[in-house]
Ligand binder design. Structure first.
Ligand SMILES: *Cc1c(COP(=O)(O)O)cnc(C)c1O
Length: 364
């Protein structure tokens, strides 16, 4: 074996053994953490060493020290929060993403990662019933997917007021009002804050008992501020009840008034992939932007969300950048034109593997 192989084989074998042991004991281990914060600190904290340690020892000690501090969140017995597991093919592809250590920023920094993302984007739109013409981005999660979509919305709406927000910024800008479901996930508010739109511009809409926005409430609010550029945020899958909005009624209502409709479908958008449940999200494809997660219901390891935008030019305008040292490839897709990150993990590989392992039937 070559020297480099030897350097890696011991720590990787140690990781492989630790991973198999974790996964095969899931069903018999407690779902909750059993170690206290004090125990974990005692085991893990030590003075930052002056001298390094052998890699395999580092890995073995790490795996031993975290025992009791890991949740059994990928086991069948976990019912806290909306958290996913890992499909075998997705987990293995995730390991390879680290081993290959590609920078999935441009086609030039990893042609394979760029092409895989291109394909994954197409598959996801197909399986979720979204317009084939929509643009997309693979992000770290739904939070950053909201940021991506709402940045596109900001560009689009302010552009229609004659304002170039990327160039001119937000001072003196017409206010954008945000009409949001009263049950909206907190990540919407955080995206609004980070984009400088202001939390106080969010008007929360009261919902019915299962968490759906009432059409008459939306209609009244839309009519009340018709002159302001408006974003309406709706949910496919309420965090507490799983309920989906009446998209068929709400989306055309908002679009008639010129609003941008954004759908948080972190887990619920996947209903669209199921012949049995797709009626729950009927009409959702008429929205302007959508987000969902790979690391929840698709069971891709963490660090995987998806953003889709019905107006590719607005999406691209809000994210793209060009530097003299880029090797522009007009034939290929540079991920950075669509994502908020610069250097980034090649997170297309695990999604590609998950979709291939499951196929359409498996996702359904
Ligand atoms: C989990 C979740 C989010 C946030 O997604 P992250 O992937 O954790 O960033 C947003 N909305 C809903 C409904 C969620 O369940």
């Amino acid at each position: 074996m070559q020297k480099t192989n030897l350097q890696f084989s011991e720590p990787l074998s140690a990781a492989f053994q630790a991973a198999l042991s974790h996964l095969s004991n899931l069903d018999s281990s407690p779902v909750a953490a059993t170690a206290t914060v004090g125990e974990l600190r005692k085991r893990l904290s030590r003075p930052l060493p002056q001298e390094g340690a052998p890699p395999a020892q580092v890995v073995r000690e790490l795996a031993a020290s975290v025992q009791g501090g890991l949740l059994g969140s990928t086991s069948g017995g976990f019912f806290g929060w909306v958290i996913g597991g890992s499909l075998p093919a997705a987990l293995a592809a995730d390991w390879l993403s680290s081993a290959w250590d590609q920078n999935a920023v441009l086609y030039a920094t990893s042609p394979a990662a760029a092409v895989v993302e291109e394909i994954v984007g197409g598959w996801l739109k197909d399986i979720l019933g979204l317009p084939a013409s929509a643009s997309f981005a693979l992000t770290s999660g739904c939070q950053m997917a909201h940021m991506t979509c709402l940045a596109a919305a900001r560009h689009y709406l302010l552009g229609h007021c004659g304002w170039d927000v990327e160039a001119q910024g937000l001072s003196g800008v017409p206010r954008i009002r945000i009409l949001a479901s009263g049950q909206q996930h907190g990540s919407i508010q955080r995206a609004v804050r980070l984009l400088g739109l202001g939390r106080s511009q969010i008007k929360t809409l009261p919902t019915d008992l299962v968490g759906r926005v009432r059409p008459e409430v939306l209609e009244r609010e839309l009519a009340g501020g018709a002159a302001s550029p408006t974003i309406v945020t709706l949910q496919a899958g309420d965090s507490s009840t799983g309920a989906c909005e009446d998209f068929e009624t709400l989306i055309p209502m908002a679009k008639t008034r010129g609003a941008w409709v954004h759908v948080d479908g972190a887990f619920g958008l996947w209903a669209a992939a199921s012949p049995k449940y797709k009626h729950l999200v009927k009409g959702v494809e008429q929205a302007d932007s959508w987000t969902t997660d790979g690391h929840k219901w698709l069971n891709v390891p963490f660090d995987c969300g998806y953003a889709f935008v019905a107006h590719p030019e607005a999406h691209r305008a809000s994210m793209c950048y060009s530097a003299p040292y880029f090797t522009l490839n007009i034939e290929a897709r540079d991920q950075m034109d669509w994502t908020p990150e610069w250097s980034r993990r090649a997170r297309g590989f695990p999604t590609y593997a998950a979709l291939r392992q499951l196929g359409r039937d498996g996702v359904a």
